[in-house]
Each structure stands twice: as C-alpha cells, then as structure tokens.
Write a protein that binds this ligand. Structure first.
Ligand SMILES: C[S@@+](CC[C@H](N)C(=O)[O-])C[C@H]1O[C@@H](n2cnc3c(N)ncnc32)[C@H](O)[C@@H]1O
Ligand code: SF4
Length: 393
C-alpha cells in the first residue's frame, strides 16, 4: 500500500472506531448485540471451513431501509424502479401495498429490535405523500432518519412538514448540470425542481438541523461534468457532495444468483446496461483531482466510494471479490408490500410483516435457510460484487 493509501486507511479506521464508540454509548444494547453478532458470524465462517454449521442469531438490527413505494416520476437511465411492475426480484406482485398504520407499526417493531437508523426510500421517497409523518414518528422513537430524493414532488407544504419532522439527513440526487442531469433523469425539469427542493428545505429547516448533501451517481454521460456539481453545490450552499459509482449487472448475474438460492432472489433494480458504467481510469482520476481542488476552494466535504475505496477493477466492476459482507446480519430492507429482505440486491424474502412480526421473521426457518446458503456460498454470489455499497471504486 502506498504511503497516502496507508494514511487514508488509518484515518478511515480511526473515524469508524470513533463512530462505533459514540454509537455504543448512545445505544449500549445494540452495541453489545452487534459485537456478539460479529463473533457468531466469525464462528459461522470458521465452521464453514471446518465443516460444521453455526448459525448467527439476530437480536438487534443496526439499521434498516423501508421502501415506501416503488413509484417514481423520473425515468432515470441508470435505474429500473420506474420500468418495473413486479416484485424487485421478478416475482409477480400478489400483495397490496402496506397501509400507513402498517408502516407505523413496522417502525415500532424496528425500535423494539434496537434499530439505530432508518432509511425511508423509494422509488421516489416523496411519491409516498405521508413520508414526513413516518420520519416524525421514527424520530420520536429515537431513530436517526435518512431520505434521498429527486426533488420533483417537493412542495412548500412537504418541505415544511420535513423541516418539522426531526429528519437527520437528506440526500438530493443531482447527476450533472441541467442538460446532463435531465438527460440521465429522463425528466425535462428535474434539475430546476431539485434546486427548488433544496431551497425549500433550507427555508423550512429553520434551525439548520438537517444534514444536507448532494448525491451523484457516476456514469458515462456525466463523468466529464463531475466537478461541475461542486460549483452547483457551492451556488446553492450545500456543504457535502457524495459521489457513488453506478451499479450495473447483467441478466446472467441475476440468474446466477437465482440459481444459487434456487428461487428468484437477484434484484432487477440496477440491472442496467454496463455500457453506462464509466470505465476510463485516466478520466476518473483527473476528475477526482478536480473535485478535490474545488472541495478545498469551496470548503465542501466530499464523500462516497469514489473517494473512500481503492480502485480495484473498473472494467469488471468488481470490488468485493471474496470479502464477506455482514450486511444481512445487521440490516434489512422491507418493501412496500411488507416483504423483509437481507439487503437491496438479495431479494430473498424472509417473510411478510403482515403475517409475522419482524422478530419472528428474522428468527424463522426461512432466515436460517438463507443464512446457510449465504455463509456457504458468499464468495460465489456474483450480484454482491455490483452492490452500490461495494461498488467498483
Ligand atoms: C434509487 S434512488 C431512490 C431515491 C430517489 N428516487 C432519488 O433518485 O434520489 C437512490 C439513489 O440511487 C442512485 N442510483 C440510481 N441508479 C443507480 C445505479 N445504477 N447504481 C447506484 N446508484 C444508483 C440515485 O441517483 C439516487 O441517488
Ligand atoms: S434513481 Fe430515483 S429518480 Fe431515478 S428512476 Fe430511480 S428511483 Fe426514480
């Protein structure tokens, strides 16, 4: 590892350790369960090598994502939400959407499982009109809350409700200057509407308590303009910009995941053409330097895998290789039909919150079945290599 690489690695570990210690103080039960869980996952991995099976049990959840809706007014070229009308794994939709009271009950169940943070997402988060009420409830229950929005549906009323909801963080998706952004987002006014949304939230977040950032998904059409987003952030007074590599995988990758689990599991969410993935390392490096220069000039913090992870193999979009991902043991995604999954890309339904409690679902035979396959085969689950959390950079 180069000298700068070691320095970055050490500072990242130090920040992580600090955050963990701070989190442990705020939520000691969660911290204790999490440390125990890591130990059990370690035993499971060891058991796998030595041919005995040990199952990690989930007592607490560190964080969760609730997909409030799969609807979206945008037509992004990098995303399939707006295109797909089936469960995200390709199964037919048989259930009705969760009612508001069921979302509220879910939040209470998450709290009982010591959950520290919830992400309320879509599709487009604000396409679920009562999202601010859920943010408010989650905040009252003591959980941190995060939303990401394309801003298209933002109104002064919604901004006011969000401003008063106790929301912890909001990400505004912007993929470039107007022309590029609107092309990627498939909506002719996406850029203006997002800028308007930022201004409205700034206006109604009177005490400036909500952490605001711009989220950028890097793809071929915007790679040349990545540094321009720093100018936009500076103009609208946003002090953090996160750059993420676009996730992309083929139908074969989804099918390989389905074959491993012997059912429809691979998500269709980011099964978008790999030709959209920015692969020019030279250009990416150049842009990274330009962004960092502007970050210094404007006093803006930059985040996201584009800065925090090493470039591994952009062509094959491989990051994780054979590294074990603990996400299914500390996190869960719940969709708008009530199904509980280990994460976004592995849509293996453990059960439905309409039939069982979250705790029962996460301690069920279905969960064990998943866990057995996952522990045994994690190196072979190809779709995980394309996860936005473990993207190519
Ligand atoms: C799926 S969207 C949902 C929230 C909202 N509709 C929005 O666009 O902000 C969440 C984030 O994923 C990003 N995204 C879209 N396509 C992606 C892809 N192929 N890989 C990784 N992230 C992607 C979006 O730009 C957005 O910042
Ligand atoms: S990225 Fe967001 S705005 Fe774009 S289609 Fe997907 S869910 Fe909609």
């Amino acid at each position: 590892m180069a000298k700068g690489g070691i320095k970055n690695y050490v500072s990242r570990r130090a920040i992580k350790a600090y955050c963990m210690l701070r989190g442990a103080k705020q939520n000691p039960k969660l911290a204790k369960d999490y440390v125990l869980l890591r130990f059990h996952v370690f035993l499971s991995k060891l058991g796998n090598k030595l041919n005995f099976y040990h199952e990690p049990k989930l007592k607490s959840i560190v964080s969760a994502k609730i997909e409030l809706t799969q609807a979206c007014p945008s037509k992004c070229i990098t995303c399939n939400f707006w295109r797909i009308n089936s469960m995200m794994n390709g199964c037919e939709i048989k259930e009705n959407k969760l009612k508001h009271g069921e979302f509220e009950d879910l939040l209470r169940q998450l709290k009982k499982m010591n959950c520290n943070a919830v992400q309320l997402l879509g599709g487009e988060t604000l396409a679920y009109r009562r999202a601010p009420e859920l943010i408010k409830l989650a905040s009252l229950l003591g959980m941190k809350t995060n939303i990401i929005t394309n801003g298209i549906l933002m109104t002064p009323e919604i901004a006011k409700e969000i401003g008063e909801s106790g929301l912890t963080t909001i990400g505004f998706s912007i993929d470039g200057p107007k022309k590029i952004n609107d092309h990627i987002r498939g909506h002719k006014d996406a850029f203006e509407k997002q800028i308007n949304a930022i201004k409205l939230i700034q206006k109604y977040d009177k005490e400036n308590k909500i952490h605001k950032s711009i989220c950028v998904t890097i793809s071929v059409p915007n790679v040349e303009y990545l540094d321009k987003i720093m100018d936009i952030a500076n103009e609208v007074g946003i002090k953090e910009v996160s750059y993420y590599m676009m996730s992309t995988y083929s139908e074969d990758t989804k099918e390989q995941t389905d074959d491993l689990f012997k059912e429809k599991v691979g998500s269709l969410e980011f099964m978008v053409p790999s030709s959209l993935a920015a692969k020019d390392k030279f250009l990416l490096d150049k842009k990274r330097k330009e962004i960092l220069k502007k970050a210094k000039e404007y006093g803006i913090v930059v985040r996201g895998q584009f800065f925090t992870k090493e470039m591994v193999d952009v062509d094959k979009a491989i990051r994780r290789e054979d590294k074990f991902c603990i996400t299914p043991y500390k996190f869960c995604t719940i969709d708008c039909y009530g199904h509980v999954y280990p994460c976004d890309l592995l849509r293996y339904s453990f059960g439905n919150i309409r039939k069982n409690s979250l705790k029962e679902i996460l301690n069920s035979a279905r969960y064990s079945k998943f866990s057995k396959i996952y522990i045994k085969k994690f190196k072979d689950i190809k779709i995980c290599r394309y996860c936005p959390l473990y993207g190519p950079i």
